[in-house]
Design a protein around this ligand. Sequence first.
Ligand SMILES: Nc1ncnc2c1ncn2[C@@H]1O[C@H](COP(=O)(O)OP(=O)(O)OP(=O)(O)O)[C@@H](O)[C@H]1O
Ligand SMILES: [Mg+2]
Length: 359
Amino acid sequence: MHIKAVTLRDFRNYELQEFTPSEGLNLIYGDNAQGKTNLLEAVFICAFGRSQRTVHDTDLIMHGKTCARVKLTVTGEESGEHVIKISLGEHKTVETDGVRIKKLGDLMGILKVVMFSPESLSLVKGSPSERRRFMDMCISQLSRVYFFKLQQYNAALKQRNALLKSPNAHSLLSVWDEQLAVSGAYIAEARERFVTQLSPVTEQIHEKLSLGRDSISVVYSPSVRAENTSLAEALLRKLESSRDEDIKRGSTGVGVHKDDISIKTNGLDSRTFASQGQQRTAALALRLSEIKFIKRISGENPVVLLDDVFSELDMGRCSAILECVEGCQCIFTSAQDVSLGQAVQKTLCKDGKLEIITK
Ligand SMILES: Nc1ncnc2c1ncn2[C@@H]1O[C@H](COP(=O)(O)OP(=O)(O)OP(=O)(O)O)[C@@H](O)[C@H]1O
Ligand SMILES: [Mg+2]
């Protein structure tokens, strides 16, 4: 799939800007603080309904204005052409093809995106929640049912945690235990399948990126495992047996909200033992393998957004990345006008304005 056009209105430092990327490689270059990441952020929001770098939609509205708007036209080989419109003001509205959508889940998968930015390092370096988010975002792009199950789970978890804190209501806990067990089992099984399919691809890409020097292993690390029972049953038993502890703590200590992915570089935990460069390579390999995964499951290439990636990598790694994004529309940013030895549409970003320099 590829983006045909993006229009920004009062979005971050863009007052009114149209951008028409090429179907292949696109470089957005310019000095620091000119709006390169802001452009990628606008695209990301059209895929997930929220920003990758702020939870406050108001941050996205141009200072002094009341509403930010993004309109994006995307066309996919399988999914056809769609127009996504997002308006971020006092009330956030999301429209696809002129119809306002009520549930964010209905936006998932219309525009499939894989993004790598300097913050992606937290995928390896950060807390387990970062890795859960990685699994959840990727799977949600391919399965709205998964996204809805996740919402169901989080709502049930919130209810259970509230009940744990109110001593008179403990008798109601079993209702939520049941819900957490059923939706939790669905989520855990989908995550397990996802990591199992992703890991051989990650290993391959990682080998290329590290020029054969390091190896990586990526394994799903669930909070609860099923032994001789169904997973839902195992989760339920665990919730029941940890109830007293949960009441003492005032929160739920077991369940898929505690899952993780174990990422090891040369057999050792990457979070604790890998160097900054090794962590970066591991994070990049995971993100790049997501491209193949999306292609394999949906039959469509996702749009790839690479924020400030090439500036810090040597030529060997740069060409390994280009190999992975082959066939995809790719929008990448850099403070420099980089030459990649391939046809690239170059756009200069200056002070919240974009100007196509070479097509
Ligand atoms: N809501 C907003 N209204 C107006 N300007 C904003 C808003 N939010 C951010 N900016 C401005 O956008 C600019 C940063 O844009 P962005 O992060 O896209 O820069 P960049 O080109 O990616 O820079 P770098 O190369 O340093 O990553 C800053 O000058 C910032 O003040
Ligand atoms: Mg930036």
